[in-house]
Design a binder for this molecule. Structure first.
Ligand SMILES: *[C@@H]1O[C@H](CO)[C@@H](O)[C@H](O)[C@H]1NC(C)=O
Ligand SMILES: *[C@@H]1O[C@H](CO)[C@@H](O)[C@H](O)[C@H]1NC(C)=O
Ligand SMILES: *[C@@H]1O[C@H](CO)[C@@H](O)[C@H](O)[C@H]1NC(C)=O
Ligand SMILES: *[C@@H]1O[C@H](CO)[C@@H](O)[C@H](O)[C@H]1NC(C)=O
Ligand SMILES: *[C@@H]1O[C@H](CO)[C@@H](O)[C@H](O)[C@H]1NC(C)=O
Ligand SMILES: *[C@@H]1O[C@H](CO)[C@@H](O)[C@H](O)[C@H]1NC(C)=O
Ligand SMILES: *[C@@H]1O[C@H](CO)[C@@H](O)[C@H](O)[C@H]1NC(C)=O
Ligand SMILES: *[C@@H]1O[C@H](CO)[C@@H](O)[C@H](O)[C@H]1NC(C)=O
Ligand SMILES: *[C@@H]1O[C@H](CO)[C@@H](O)[C@H](O)[C@H]1NC(C)=O
Ligand SMILES: *[C@@H]1O[C@H](CO)[C@@H](O)[C@H](O)[C@H]1NC(C)=O
Ligand SMILES: *[C@@H]1O[C@H](CO)[C@@H](O)[C@H](O)[C@H]1NC(C)=O
Ligand SMILES: *[C@@H]1O[C@H](CO)[C@@H](O)[C@H](O)[C@H]1NC(C)=O
Length: 742
């Protein structure tokens, strides 16, 4: 009854409008249209659906008022008023969560349901869905659903589109129900665990209308050699990547799918050479074969693939000459090819000096990690659409001139690191591009600062070991100040660092092995890693100003003065190496404000103060460095007795070197009870008395030579993110150059 009244209201509303407009053409269309009308029972189904949801971003704020057809994501039939489509897909402006009410069953005519991209975390894929037998389109993808995929979905015989991809905790043990979805054109079951289905292909082969099949990360463990009678003649898009199928790439059933436009079998442990069958797949547009164990050259009949645009075969064993590779690319598709990624293979030889035709549409050329030699050919400069050129870690050489670069107006990523390429451009040359990534490690850019970089605004920059010398110009520091990570070690950069680096964005800076002099400035506020070792710096800042700093490498500079008390304000510091400087005075005590005994808690695990002129007693601040593993105070002027608190306060200590100081008194027994101690060097002090008997209990230390590997492993953990090899240090001292105790 209520329903009838409600519909009545809608019709009555429509009539006055008609009278006003009068013209007969709008009259007929208005009759056919059912504007502004919502069926009451469906409205209440939606209200109950909404009530079960959590909607923190208030995405369903328009779900108010009588006319549910005007609610966002709800679409009704203009003729009957029934809800036909419900699209509440999550997006950047928010996701829904909570429970999906079975009240949706009330939307009997529903043809389209999209619940994807939300966060129904832990919710079982609902068993009521199969009652929505009119559904043509069902998407439950990426929404945190869990549990078994209900076989009742096989009742949705009208489905054209079915996706429950990207719900990692779902599984199925039987997919025979799929065969009842005879109209299905699109199936995405990616990340559904299908590992318990011994033979998944026959069920899929019943889907004669299938155009798109996505079974990535399904833990499929078999891929039959062939389909005796393939039904999958409409299949255009196949993605079965990230399934561990350790077998040869041919024979394999998918080579029969000659209508494929998109094939992705990357990360699947396939081996052997790419078969000639590929040459029959003349519709192919995008081919992804990366990260398998494929060997040999691409097949010669690849030349038949006149629609090819994208070829990804990175991380494999593709070998042979790069010239042959280019010759085998289909010349009929030269003008279409947009991306070639052959990174991390074994291609050899020089890039061809000439191409048959220009690759006019190419946007990315990725050949890093091969064995390419010779110079960069001039045709690179004609690739007007190129945005990414990655030739990192080859053996290329030769010189790049303006001519190689002037035509590359769209270039964003120029990655040539690890080659001996020289870049020689006129100092007045202005590049046409605006790079986001510049990787030129070990190329030859210097000796002058590369002026062409002046107006670039990269987010990634590596110009380490590029033979640049001289003072860093101001414009360069300005560019550097917006980088996340700065890599310019191993040059001959001179002069002072900027007077403050406080406002720089960087969280990591590699400036080692240059000739920077003067004082170290206040550091970037968000810095976590700084390597300024092997420079000529003369002083430490009063305030470090980088409270998140974890690694600070300042060894082999000319730093004088004392370690400032602000060192105690680096609570995250794990690794400090300031060895090989000219520091004097005693170390700061790091006392907690107002306390005379309590020291601040520090995270330091690795402290190297060797080779300075530091004095004073054994550092007091170490009393609150529970995580200390490596301590080297050798070759300083430290004096006094060794503290008995070592064992209690430094329980993890493994490496302790105090040689060549002025410590005196007895060796405390506590020292010998340190459970993890593996290396102890107390030589060249004024310590008296004998070696305590218990030192014999240093099992690991006495068995040092056999345990060397063990120690190396341990120390690799400590020296995280550092490019200094402490393990090497360790093995040098243990190879008998320094005695344990004299
Ligand atoms: C419904 O109204 C729209 C204009 O709002 C019109 O374009 C459409 O043709 C109408 N539908 C029918 C079936 O008359
Ligand atoms: C979803 O259902 C569970 C169990 O029935 C309940 O605890 C939870 O509060 C419900 N969530 C919402 C948003 O209604
Ligand atoms: C789904 O199909 C099964 C048979 O496979 C049938 O028993 C069941 O009643 C159907 N469920 C619905 C909701 O139509
Ligand atoms: C091909 O599909 C049809 C219709 O779904 C089915 O009847 C037939 O058994 C399938 N053929 C094979 C070889 O699976
Ligand atoms: C590819 O075509 C060749 C002949 O052109 C044929 O011998 C071969 O069987 C075909 N391979 C497939 C997988 O269809
Ligand atoms: C390519 O690799 C395969 C398998 O490792 C090898 O048999 C073949 O000789 C190699 N070809 C070239 C040109 O290096
Ligand atoms: C070149 O690429 C564009 C898209 O970037 C595409 O629209 C166009 O069709 C391509 N040209 C050819 C000849 O394929
Ligand atoms: C190539 O290998 C390097 C080192 O293993 C790796 O970092 C890089 O991601 C690989 N490149 C591609 C495209 O996978
Ligand atoms: C550099 O460019 C300027 C202006 O384009 C030109 O006058 C000069 O000759 C060029 N120098 C060299 C060495 O090419
Ligand atoms: C380069 O791009 C950045 C943003 O990506 C922009 O801020 C900057 O103005 C651009 N510079 C030039 C010279 O086009
Ligand atoms: C520095 O670059 C040169 C020239 O490319 C190279 O030979 C050398 O190995 C590089 N050094 C390091 C440490 O990368
Ligand atoms: C440091 O990081 C915070 C949070 O990510 C950011 O808001 C701030 O702008 C950063 N500071 C600098 C100097 O980049």
């Amino acid at each position: 009854m209520r329903l009838e009244i409600f519909r009545c209201l809608c019709v009555q509303l429509a009539i006055p409008l008609l009278l006003l407009t009068q013209t007969s053409s709008t009259e007929t269309s208005a009759h056919a249209n059912h504007t502004g009308c919502c069926i009451a029972s469906e409205r209440s189904a939606l209200v109950r659906f909404k009530a079960g949801l959590s909607d923190p971003e208030n995405r369903l704020s328009t779900w108010r008022g009588d006319d549910c057809c005007r609610w966002k994501g709800v679409h009704c039939s203009r003729r009957t008023g029934h809800v036909l489509k419900l699209d509440v897909q999550g997006s950047y402006d928010g996701v829904l969560g909570g429970n999906i009410s079975s009240s949706l069953v009330g939307l009997e005519r529903l043809r389209y349901l999209d619940l994807g991209g939300n966060s129904f975390t832990g919710f079982q894929i609902t068993e009521f869905l199969p009652s929505l037998h009119n559904l043509r389109y069902l998407s439950l993808s990426s929404s945190g659903f869990v549990g078994r995929v209900p076989p009742q979905l096989g009742n949705l015989s009208n489905l054209r589109y079915l996706s429950f991809g990207n719900n990692p905790d779902t599984y199925s043990t039987d997919i025979t129900w799929l065969s009842r979805l005879s109209s299905l054109e699109y199936l995405d079951m990616s990340s559904v665990d299908l590992s318990n289905i011994p033979n998944w292909l026959p069920a899929v082969n019943m889907l004669a209308s299938l155009k798109v099949l996505i079974l990535t990360s399904c833990q499929l463990n078999n891929s039959p050699d062939s389909l005796l009678r393939s039904n999958l003649t409409s299949l255009e898009y196949l993605d079965i990547s990230f399934n561990p199928v350790p077998k040869r790439i041919a024979p394999n059933w998918f080579w029969d799918s000659t209508n494929l436009k998109h094939l992705d079998v990357s990360w699947s442990q396939f081996s052997g050479p790419i078969p000639d069958d590929l040459g029959n797949m003349t519709s192919m547009v995008e081919l992804y074969l990366s990260h398998n164990n494929l060997v040999g050259m691409i097949p010669s009949n690849l030349k038949n693939l006149c629609n090819l645009e994208t070829l990804y075969i990175h991380d494999g064993g593709i070998n042979g000459s790069i010239t042959e590779f280019f010759q085998r690319l289909p010349s009929c598709s030269w003008k279409r090819i947009s991306a070639l990624d052959l990174s991390n293979n074994s291609l050899t030889g020089s890039l061809p000096t000439k191409l048959q035709e220009s690759l006019t549409n190419v946007t990315s050329l990725l050949f890093s990690g091969n064995k390419l030699t010779g110079p960069l050919p001039p045709w690179i400069g004609e690739l007007a659409k190129l945005t990414a050129l990655d030739l990192t870690d080859n053996n290329l050489d030769g010189v790049i001139h303006e001519g190689h670069l002037s035509g590359l107006a769209r270039m964003e990523k120029l990655l040539l690191s690890g080659n001996s390429i020289a870049i020689r451009v006129n100092s007045t040359w202005l590049p046409p591009f605006n790079l986001t990534m510049i990787g030129l490690r070990s190329c030859l850019l210097g000796p002058k600062f590369p002026l062409w970089m002046r107006w670039q605004t990269p987010i990634y920059l590596d110009i380490s070991n590029t033979s640049i010398s001289g003072i860093v110009p101001d414009w360069f520091w300005i560019m550097v100040s917006s980088l996340d990570s700065v890599t310019m070690q191993q040059n001959k950069l001179t002069g002072f660092l900027p007077s403050t680096m406080e406002y720089m964005r960087a969280n990591a800076m590699e400036l080692s092995s240059n000739q920077f002099s003067g004082p170290m400035p206040k550091l970037p506020a968000n810095l976590t890693y700084l390597d300024l070792s092997r420079n000529k710096l003369s002083g430490l800042p009063l305030e470090f100003g980088a409270p998140q700093l974890e690694v600070l490498l300042l060894f082999d500079n000319l730093i004088t003065g004392t370690i400032p008390p602000s060192f105690c304000n680096l609570p995250s510091l794990k690794l400090l190496d300031i060895s090989g400087n000219r520091l004097t005075g005693s170390t700061p005590d790091c006392l907690v404000n107002g306390s005379t005994k309590k020291t601040r808690s520090l995270s330091i695990s690795n402290l190297n103060l060797r080779n300075n002129n530091l004095s004073g007693g054994f550092p007091l601040f170490l009393q609150n460095c529970q995580q200390l593993i490596f301590l080297d105070l050798a070759h300083n002027q430290f004096f006094g007795t060794l503290p008995s608190w070592i064992r209690e306060k430094l329980p993890s200590l493994a490496f302790l070197r105090l040689r060549s100081n002025k410590f005196h008194g007895h060796i405390p027994v506590e020292l010998t009870k340190l459970a993890n101690l593996q290396y102890l060097d107390l030589s060249n002090n004024n310590l008296s008395g004998g070696i305590p008997k218990s030192i014999v209990n240093f099992r690991r230390m006495i068995l040092w030579k056999d345990d060397e590997l063990d120690a190396v492993l341990n120390f690799e953990d400590i020296v995280f993110r550092s490019n200094i090899d402490y393990s090497e240090n360790l093995s040098i001292v243990t190879k008998g150059q320094e005695r344990l105790y004299t």
